[in-house]
Design a binder for this molecule. Structure first.
Ligand SMILES: *[C@@H]1O[C@H](CO)[C@@H](O)[C@H](O)[C@H]1NC(C)=O
Ligand SMILES: *[C@@H]1O[C@H](CO)[C@@H](O)[C@H](O)[C@H]1NC(C)=O
Ligand SMILES: *[C@@H]1O[C@H](CO)[C@@H](O)[C@H](O)[C@H]1NC(C)=O
Ligand SMILES: *[C@@H]1O[C@H](CO)[C@@H](O)[C@H](O)[C@H]1NC(C)=O
Ligand SMILES: *[C@@H]1O[C@H](CO)[C@@H](O)[C@H](O)[C@H]1NC(C)=O
Ligand SMILES: *[C@@H]1O[C@H](CO)[C@@H](O)[C@H](O)[C@H]1NC(C)=O
Ligand SMILES: *[C@@H]1O[C@H](CO)[C@@H](O)[C@H](O)[C@H]1NC(C)=O
Ligand SMILES: *[C@@H]1O[C@H](CO)[C@@H](O)[C@H](O)[C@H]1NC(C)=O
Ligand SMILES: *[C@@H]1O[C@H](CO)[C@@H](O)[C@H](O)[C@H]1NC(C)=O
Ligand SMILES: *[C@@H]1O[C@H](CO)[C@@H](O)[C@H](O)[C@H]1NC(C)=O
Ligand SMILES: *[C@@H]1O[C@H](CO)[C@@H](O)[C@H](O)[C@H]1NC(C)=O
Ligand SMILES: *[C@@H]1O[C@H](CO)[C@@H](O)[C@H](O)[C@H]1NC(C)=O
Length: 595
């Protein structure tokens, strides 16, 4: 599918009127048909979620400040939301595609996301955020390229390759959901997919015949930017390419200090870019491997994805054992050290011409501190649930952001505890009260025995520390106050902590969650609500005119059937030039005021 490119006439008109528009407000449109298909990635036919009949879905490819217009047609039999993981949705949590901000798109309806990728660059991905659908696919890459006037901190690569890795079950997502609802764990995954495909038959005992595997064809001597995303359910994966170095260059929108690695741990929800030079003699093809980490690898042998790197001058098939993963089941030293080695390149420019390091996060005073502790699952009212600080989050039927907009009371409480508490765990719609322009420290304490990762929408946070055992005030002395990476998804090792700092400058209601899909599904999430106390409409975009209404607001929802049948209907809020012009005016104004 090729996106249709068009210039925003409104923007141009506006520029004629006042010349203060920022560059790059080009509109890029996509049409997404989200439907079930039957696929057999591990050799067994199953129901998979495809976009435009493709699994994985197409890559969204934008440039800083472009406006994305993505018309999503829900051809599933249940509600759907697409979430643009890591894309910050500046001033517009309306487009974030999670249940706290959006009503799910009902089956047979379509809904158009419209957002500007303002001041961002990097490698991200999208996925369906409700109903456990991510376990069935529906994901794809999301690239934001630098504007041509801002140099990237490495030579222009010869090609761009997206690799989506993730654990996979041969059971369908409704079946997996049923297990969780019934209090059962999902068990060991059946395999790992690379770009939606099963493993190459590197071992006839472990991999049956007839499974299609991923083949990436490259030219000798060339250097490629390889963007790797862990889109899976709950397994941390070690990524490696036989005989090739991975030169780390970017992580979730930040350019890193460039370093070579022979293998790299990628936790659920994380994204990295590497430069890979095809500097081998092509005596054979090479293995691309993504294998389970931080688990007993001898029991998890099948949880290994294997693809093929094929040089155009290759002299034969890949064979022999896979390149080894780091060997350290009970010693996390290697993995945690690798995580600490990911640092921000302070002199490189990100989306703006000024260097990334000109934001000196280490000299800003923290205004609020949250210690969020996760424990193994607990029973609440006879149900198996997961918690943060003893609270198992319950999604209200009316999204929080909409409840605020329509001044509905009693939908949620701004009472999320700042520290773990010792009382009995409970189910609640408990939300963090963030202070606009505050500087928040969050300590993620993993009191479970499983590897976790956490994601926050709307922001890139600074990863300042990681350590074994319980975090204490003294742990702050170990913080990296200089070149900690800014990113949106970070791992927390079992029995250990990770500390992050966040500058609360993006107004809205933003999801803070574990990325491990089973724990997320069972309540391990909350939201941070950030309101500008001044009454101004410059720090947040107005509610989109196509906003879907549900829960207590359902009576206000107009029937979508009109908007599907007739493009002139106002009911579904079709994209009008007027709306886009307003959107662009808003951004131009906000940029000029440097909000
Ligand atoms: C989506 O499906 C409709 C038919 O329902 C078809 O007309 C349209 O071309 C499809 N769009 C894409 C991008 O595949
Ligand atoms: C994205 O688009 C740019 C042009 O804007 C192109 O150079 C690049 O190859 C594309 N990347 C992918 C992965 O499609
Ligand atoms: C639904 O899709 C049609 C075109 O396929 C479009 O005209 C309409 O605006 C869309 N509705 C919404 C709510 O996005
Ligand atoms: C999902 O899996 C369950 C259990 O195997 C099966 O009964 C059901 O038919 C499957 N649904 C689809 C749509 O494949
Ligand atoms: C294939 O895997 C099995 C199980 O791990 C192992 O025992 C066997 O040695 C492997 N075969 C080869 C040829 O590596
Ligand atoms: C691994 O996969 C092979 C081939 O499909 C299968 O025979 C074996 O039982 C699997 N092992 C586990 C532990 O699931
Ligand atoms: C990374 O390794 C390659 C060889 O594979 C080497 O040419 C390059 O200089 C290394 N870069 C760094 C920053 O270490
Ligand atoms: C940091 O970025 C600069 C570009 O400003 C680049 O020249 C340099 O190589 C990068 N440093 C490292 C260590 O990656
Ligand atoms: C941070 O706090 C210290 C002491 O409370 C104060 O002296 C300093 O000015 C503050 N820094 C900023 C940037 O507000
Ligand atoms: C939320 O925090 C603001 C300060 O940022 C405070 O004025 C307000 O009272 C708090 N709301 C609640 C319900 O605690
Ligand atoms: C969980 O917390 C308890 C109490 O602080 C502590 O004794 C235990 O070691 C912790 N376990 C893990 C895995 O962190
Ligand atoms: C913002 O508010 C001003 C007055 O408060 C109003 O004139 C303007 O139309 C509003 N803009 C938008 C985009 O809502």
């Amino acid at each position: 599918m090729s996106p249709s490119w068009s210039w925003a006439v409104g923007v141009c008109l506006f520029r004629l009127f006042c010349g203060l528009c920022s560059a790059g407000g080009r509109i890029v449109s996509y049409d997404f048909n989200v439907s079930y298909i039957t696929a057999s990635p591990l050799g067994k036919p199953q129901q998979v979620i495809a976009i435009n009949n493709k699994f994985p879905g197409p890559t969204i490819n934008l440039t800083t400040n472009n406006v994305a217009v993505i018309n999503v047609h829900n051809k599933l039999d249940e509600g759907l939301l697409l979430h643009w993981s890591g894309v910050q949705q500046r001033r517009s949590s309306w487009q974030d595609g999670v249940l706290g901000t959006n009503c799910a798109i009902p089956p047979r309806w379509n809904w158009t996301y419209q957002f500007q990728v303002k001041d961002q660059i990097g490698s991200f991905f999208y996925f369906p955020s409700t109903n456990f659908q991510k376990a069935a696919g529906g994901y794809g890459g999301f690239i934001i390229n630098n504007r041509p006037i801002i140099p990237i901190p490495f030579p222009t690569p010869d090609g761009d390759i997206v690799i989506l890795i993730g654990d996979w079950y041969t059971r369908n997502h409704t079946d997996l959901r049923k297990s969780l609802n019934g209090g059962k764990a999902l068990g060991i995954p059946d395999g790992v997919l690379i770009n939606g495909k099963g493993p190459y038959q590197y071992n006839t005992t472990l991999v049956p015949q007839g499974i299609e595997h991923e083949i990436i064809t490259v030219h000798p001597g060339k250097t490629y930017r390889v963007r790797v995303h862990n889109v899976g359910i709950s397994t941390s994966l070690n990524f490696r390419i036989q005989n090739h170095s991975l030169l780390l260059i970017e992580s979730e929108g930040s350019y890193t200090v460039q370093q070579n690695y022979t293998n790299f741990d990628i936790h659920v929800g994380q994204s990295y870019s590497f430069l890979v030079t095809m500097d081998q003699n092509a005596s054979s093809d090479y293995y691309i491997v993504a294998s389970a980490r931080q688990v007993n690898e001898s029991l998890w042998k099948n949880v290994t994805g294997v693809g093929i790197l094929h040089y155009t001058n290759s002299k034969g098939k890949a064979s022999g054992p896979l390149p080894a993963a780091p060997d350290e089941l009970y010693d996390r030293f290697f993995s945690m050290n690798q995580a600490r080695s990911i640092r921000w390149n302070l002199t490189a420019s990100g989306a703006r011409p000024n260097p990334q390091g000109s934001f000196r996060y280490g000299s800003i005073n923290v205004t609020e501190v949250y210690v969020l502790k996760s424990t193994p699952s607990v029973m609440i009212n006879g149900k198996k649930r997961t918690t943060l600080n003893g609270i198992s989050y319950v999604n209200p039927s009316t999204p929080i952001r909409l409840a605020d907009q329509y001044k509905l009371k009693g939908i949620y409480k701004l009472d999320f505890p700042t520290r773990p508490h010792s009382g009995p765990p409970k189910m609640a719609t408990s939300v963090i009260n963030g202070t606009y322009k505050g500087f928040m420290e969050i300590v993620l304490q993993n009191n479970n025995t499983k590897m976790q990762s956490y994601h926050m929408s709307g922001y890139a946070f600074f990863v300042v520390g990681m350590g074994e055992g319980e975090w204490t005030e003294n742990s702050r002395s170990t913080y990296n106050k200089w070149d900690g990476i800014a990113r949106s998804t970070v791992q927390v090792y079992p029995g250990a902590w990770t500390a992050i700092l966040i500058s609360l400058d993006n107004v809205g209601v933003w999801n803070l969650r574990t990325e491990n899909l089973d724990s997320w599904y069972l309540g391990q999430e909350t939201y941070i609500r950030i309101v500008n106390p001044e009454t101004t409409n410059k720090t947040e975009l107005p509610i989109p005119d196509n906003a879907l209404l549900c829960g207590q607001l359902e009576y206000l929802q107009k029937n979508e059937s009109q908007s599907i049948s007739s493009a002139t209907s106002v009911g579904g809020g079709r994209l009008s030039l007027v709306v886009l012009t307003l959107l662009m005016m808003f951004y131009a104004l906000a940029e000029n005021l440097d909000l």
